[in-house]
Design a protein around this ligand. Structure first.
Ligand code: RAM
Length: 360
């Protein structure tokens, strides 16, 4: 259980700046060598941490949604690491955050193209499973980052921070902003999103505590990581619940759209909004008094660790078993937890005092 207080986080916010290589994405097309996976990554538990890092691999990133600034930053963090390790990077994906059929077809195509490894943020936990299992059977290493699939449909999951920490701290942030009292709502992404759903479960659990007895969660709405739908859902929440005191939006697309709605309404500064956003998206709303504080991790670090995990799996340095060590260069050294989950650390809380230190 995490007891770190939000105020302590505020004081200890770290400016982790990762130089992100922006630019055109390279195309893969590398042919798999016969020694790789099945030949590829080793059977779970059969890793050699001292194995040499393979070069010339083709590593593909498949985010939940392309053209989402959060994933642009995350995937560019992955690109930098992949290229720095002497392999080839490419990014493919759908522009909608709810196109699970599209994600499945990208996985199938990457398998046919004999990509060495796929790093994927799943729109839906179950929908990708068959395709990912097929990929692994064909020797493709599979890492999830940001949003997981089921544990037997990938080898490693790089979680942005612990799901419990993320869920509880968003409630703590909002409770403080509304003075511990009133109706609140959640504006999420897709109804199937593994990451948002895991965080929402911990939000609900946190709200069970006696200190939140005067706070009532009235609705969980879904904006599907679509700006227009998220804007309309925010408007709808205020119409349906005129006494609403606050909104938690655990999605960078949702929180930005909700801030945009609130900023242009009579609710600006009165209805509190927190959740997960990028400092660049939210800066204007923090400065104009629409939003007090929200949080996030550095997406480039998340993508970078996912890239290291993909290369380490292909190199046989890790297999996805609990207790193994992932050496992620400048990004640190991580121990794989239960079910192959890596959780890099705590999110950073952004407010008017520190937001200008961040550029992502
Ligand atoms: C959106 C996506 C992503 C989530 C962030 C916080 O960009 O839903 O999965 O991690 O928000």
């Amino acid at each position: 259980m995490f007891s770190t207080s939000v105020s302590r986080r505020l004081g200890s916010a770290l400016a982790v700046t990762i130089a992100v290589a922006l630019g055109a994405t390279a195309c893969g097309g590398t042919t798999k060598d016969s020694a790789s996976n099945d030949g590829g990554s080793p059977a779970v538990g059969k890793a050699d941490p001292n194995a040499a890092t393979k070069k010339g691999l083709s590593i593909a990133f498949l985010p939940k949604q392309v053209n989402n600034p959060y994933f642009t930053t995350a995937d560019n963090g992955g690109k930098k690491v992949v290229e720095g390790l002497g392999s080839t990077y490419k990014e493919v994906g759908t522009s909608s955050g709810t196109d699970t059929a599209g994600q499945v077809s990208y996985v199938n195509t990457l398998t046919q193209q004999q990509a060495n490894a796929i790093a994927v943020s799943a729109q839906d936990p179950g929908a990708l499973c068959t395709a990912l299992k097929q990929a692994m059977k064909n020797g493709v290493s599979v890492v999830t980052y940001d949003s997981d699939t089921n544990k037997d449909c990938r080898q490693v999951f790089v979680s942005p921070a612990s799901a419990e920490d993320l869920g509880r701290t968003q409630v703590q942030l909002l409770a403080k902003q509304i003075g511990g009292k009133g109706e609140i709502a959640i504006l999420s992404a897709a109804q199937t999103a593994t990451n948002q759903n895991a965080w929402i479960d911990f939000m609900k659990d946190e709200l069970e505590k006696p200190e939140y007895k005067d706070i009532k969660l009235v609705k969980v709405a879904y904006g599907d990581d679509d700006a227009q739908k998220s804007f309309q859902q925010t408007q709808g929440l205020l119409q349906e619940y005129p006494a609403l005191k606050g909104i938690i939006s655990p999605t960078t697309v949702g929180i930005k759209a909700a801030a945009q709605y609130l900023a242009g309404s009579k609710y600006k500064g009165k209805v509190k909004l927190t959740g997960l956003g990028t400092p660049n998206d939210m800066r204007a709303y923090v400065k104009n008094g629409t939003v007090e504080a929200f949080e996030l991790w550095d997406p480039a670090v998340l993508g970078g660790i996912a890239a290291h995990a993909a290369v380490a799996l292909e190199s046989g340095q890790i297999s996805g078993a609990e207790g193994e060590t992932l050496k992620a260069g400048d990004l640190g050294t991580f121990t794989l937890g239960k079910e192959g989950v890596i959780s890099p650390g705590e999110p950073t809380v952004f407010d008017v005092k520190n937001i200008d230190k961040f550029n992502f």
